[in-house]
Write a protein of this length. Structure first.
Length: 349
């Protein structure tokens, strides 16, 4: 009988070691005050006091990229899904008023391709750079028989902190203004429906995107999720932010009520913002009704904010590079928090 090895069973330890060496400089480039040690230990260490916190509350979250990964795999474009992974986690932290401190990733594959994995993790490092958090570690798992050789999966874990007494939401009341921050496109939710619409369209991933001149369909749909950390933290530190909601799966109707108090209604007007053209194309091509679009996609609003002083808040956000829409008001209601969205005819074309 021929002697068996782990490599003959489909797991290449040398490839894993080579990947660790490739990503060490990527992780070092994201370091921030508070990080103790570096990549290579059994666990990662972080000192919140060294990061400037006096009495911190830790805030943690975990998320993935969903079936957007399938698009990355089928197109061979892996450079931006790491940004998506970070965005999905840190955008959830910042709506609590937390500053993202550090990030860990989990990369699982059927057969570890060092170049592919390094490209994905380079995107994770870029997302951490944008968010101002440190990539302190992670796990690379090679699992032949569980994943197809060309497939991989991602999960992310982020920890942030806020000084005690500064957590959001707080003091939301009727008369407050709702501002929307523009999304960069579909972000990282609803791709099971997106992929069905693409099949119905008959277009290949390499075909020109009908809604994005100069880009292929795959390239346009892989536009990375926008990271809102720096702008939302700037607004919060200025004392101008009452509540924030990251608009992911469930859209505005499903996510915004989570940060509103009972007996309030967010009354929004969809005519007040401009959805990116991808949403009109998805709606028309897939015959997706407006209500379903709002329930599945962000439809152009990646973050919804509640403020009292809209003019000052807009100035802060625009100085941070955001496109800002005044999309509605908070009104008195009865019972659980709710959202009402007025839709113009033909929206979101």
């Amino acid at each position: 009988m021929t002697s068996m090895t782990y490599r003959s069973a489909g797991v290449d330890i040398d490839a894993g070691d080579a990947l660790v060496e490739r990503i060490k400089p990527l992780a070092r480039a994201t370091t921030r005050a508070g990080v103790l040690g570096g990549i290579g230990g059994f666990a990662s260490l972080f000192d919140p006091r060294a990061a400037g916190f006096k009495d911190p509350i830790l805030v943690a979250t975990t998320d993935g990229v969903g079936t957007k990964l399938k698009l990355a795999i089928e197109t061979g474009r892996h450079a931006t899904v790491g940004i998506d992974l970070v965005a999905m986690c840190v955008n959830d932290l910042v709506v609590q008023g937390a500053d993202p401190l550090f990030f860990l990733d989990y990369f699982a594959s059927g057969s570890l391709q060092v170049e592919q994995a390094a490209t994905v993790i380079a995107g994770i490092a870029e997302g951490c750079r944008q968010a101002g958090c440190a990539l302190v570690g992670g796990e690379t798992a090679e699992m032949p028989g569980l994943y197809a050789a060309e497939d991989y999966d991602l999960a992310g874990f982020a920890v942030g902190a806020a000084e005690r007494g500064t957590l959001l939401p707080r003091d939301v009341a009727p008369g407050d203004v709702v501002l929307g921050l523009a999304s960069s496109g579909v972000h990282s939710n609803g791709f099971s429906l997106v992929r069905r619409v693409v099949v119905a369209s008959g277009l290949a991933w390499h075909a020109p995107a009908p809604f994005a001149p100069g880009a292929t369909l795959g390239e346009a749909l892989l536009a990375p999720t926008r990271i809102y950390v720096r702008s939302v933290l700037a607004l919060h530190r200025a004392g101008l932010l009452k509540a924030a909601a990251h608009i992911t799966g469930g859209g505005l109707p499903g996510n915004f009520p989570r940060v509103l108090p009972e007996n309030t209604v967010a009354v929004l007007d969809a005519a007040r913002w401009t959805p990116p053209p991808v949403f009109g194309w998805l709606g028309r091509t897939g015959g997706v009704e407006a209500g379903e679009m709002l329930k599945v996609f962000n439809c152009g609003i990646g973050m919804a904010l509640v403020v009292a002083d809209a003019a000052t808040a807009r100035a802060v956000l625009e100085a941070e590079g955001e496109t800002v829409f005044d999309i509605g008001r908070i009104e008195a209601g009865a019972g659980p928090a709710a959202v009402r969205i007025d839709l113009p005819a033909g929206w979101p074309a």
